[in-house]
Design a protein around this ligand. Sequence first.
Ligand SMILES: [Zn+2]
Length: 339
Amino acid sequence: MIKCHTNVRSSRFGGGAMDGIGKELGRFVVTTMEVPWRLAQPRIGAAPAAVLFVENMEIETLERQITAAPECDTVLGIGGGQAIDLGKYLAWKRGLRLVSAPTILSVDAFVTPAAGIRRGHRVEYVGQTSPNPLVIDYDLIRTAPPELNIAGVSDLLSIHTACFDWELAARAGRSEFDFRAGDVAAARAILADTMAKADAIRACSDDGLRAIVEGYMRVNAICLPAGHYRVEEGSEHYLFYELEERLGRPFMHGWIVGLGLHLLSRLQENRHAETVEFMDRVGLRYQPADMQIRAEDLVASLGNLRRYVEGRRDLWWTVINERELTPNWIADAMSGLKF
Ligand SMILES: [Zn+2]
């Protein structure tokens, strides 16, 4: 059981945890998408007052949708990140009870308090919500493709490179926040527990899915009181920011962070081989070929990475600021990847 503080007020884990939940919610509105709704509707045992499908996450669209939504007691968010975020936004704006039921673990929206929305195509995080309960129905989550659920492990593995970056920043006197060794130790314990579940995660067994969800909740228990995600986000994410801007398209979050883990653990000289071996063992996709990233684009991205992070005032001090990505280093690093 989770004893630590997260924003999750209560939780219900188990195969069939969604069965009949609609009967407990009073008058409720569902936020979802077509596929998860088709899978979940027969399980919930009651008819909602309305079903709001995700159109897009632009603020104008969300405002129009919630204005048109009927009076209700509860919002039931069912699906991936956007369906949950629409539910969070509606619950926050109307002050309603939120029940979150992820049908895929590829992103952690279901355990974070703010809703990711877009204002003029820029992502913003707004509001403050707590699922009550968070419903983790393993059978429902296993209806998603396994490689997408496995992608969820990346934002836990990123503790490996992110904590290294924070320690390095603290040593250089460049940490943006008070360095907290206890937070780093607690995050590394999450990483170790996650790695111990590699085979279960690969199989998407109950135990493996639970390890990902609990890992997210434990990360929040560190990061929400601290007010930042320094133990979980660092240089491995910064490569992906550069690539996303360079190529102008989104990526499967867990896979692109996996590519960042491959390259930045190498730059850090931080148990690189072990990191790659673990990603392979757990079945995480991270190869450029999986994301249609061309070799010349990745070379250009790595060559530009320091300039990119220095140009962005909102990014933290990491290995990228300290160790130069020389053409020779880049050539060596590329040899370990598939295009
Ligand atoms: Zn992430």
